[in-house]
Design a protein around this ligand. Sequence first.
Ligand code: GAR
Length: 198
Amino acid sequence: MTKRVAIFVSGGGSNMRALVEDMTGDHAGRPCLVLSNNADAGGIAWAQGQGIATEVVDHRPFGKDRPAFEAALSAALEAHAPDIICLAGFMRKLTEGFTDAWAGRMINIHPSLLPKYRGLHTHARALEAGDTEHGCTVHEVTAALDDGPILGQARIPVLPGDTAESLAERVLVQEHRLYPAVLRRFAAGEREPVLLTG
Ligand code: GAR
């Protein structure tokens, strides 16, 4: 049976586009919604242009009340009845209430080789540490930030002269390979990690 996939974005949504563009043919998933906490997110306009349903739930009126923001997210999701949520550059932390409700059905992409560098500034941190390789990870979302079972990783070498910007650019290319490959398998019920090298 086709899986309905909701994708959450906060910004440009290049990963969201890669996921949507892959959901054709024998892919078990189809996009049912692109949701953002930011009405100006480039991804929202692109999704509308593709005829995909969109929702905006601005986090700002909720201040520090994350459960109230998440209740609004859940209300926005209801009409679209997703089976799977993909976080694709969604820059809001989610609490246990929401992550537990979606346990095993919500995945995220993070720009580091987890468990290294949870949180922000992952590329600069990899450089500062003198790492010789870097990359990205897709994982199931749990209450702990950038944690949860790993479903795939893509590795690239860190090159002499790399900056945080050049690394971010090369990792993003790998994100666009990895995330669709993982979602394809995840939607089909497979959990074996996808391992790529760039
Ligand atoms: C991506 O690099 C993604 O891995 C990162 O934000 C970027 C979003 O780009 N996500 C995180 O840092 C989450 N912790 P996109 O909007 O073009 O997909």
